[in-house]
Design a protein. Sequence first.
Length: 69
Amino acid sequence: MNQRAAARVVQALAAAPTRLAENPRIGVRLDEFDPREVRRILVGDYELRYEIAATTIYVLRLWHAREDR
């Protein structure tokens, strides 16, 4: 595995919560979870699902987008 590429992925994943804190509705809303506000963003080849509940953001799942989920 390319160590530099892996480091970039780790940095992007680590930065994602900060991006969400600054702009929580940046992700696409997933209507199948209504009435909960569950959203998703792509971070490189990874999908991050999160929920906005009042003033709190909960990270629900993180996985490689190639996985069948």
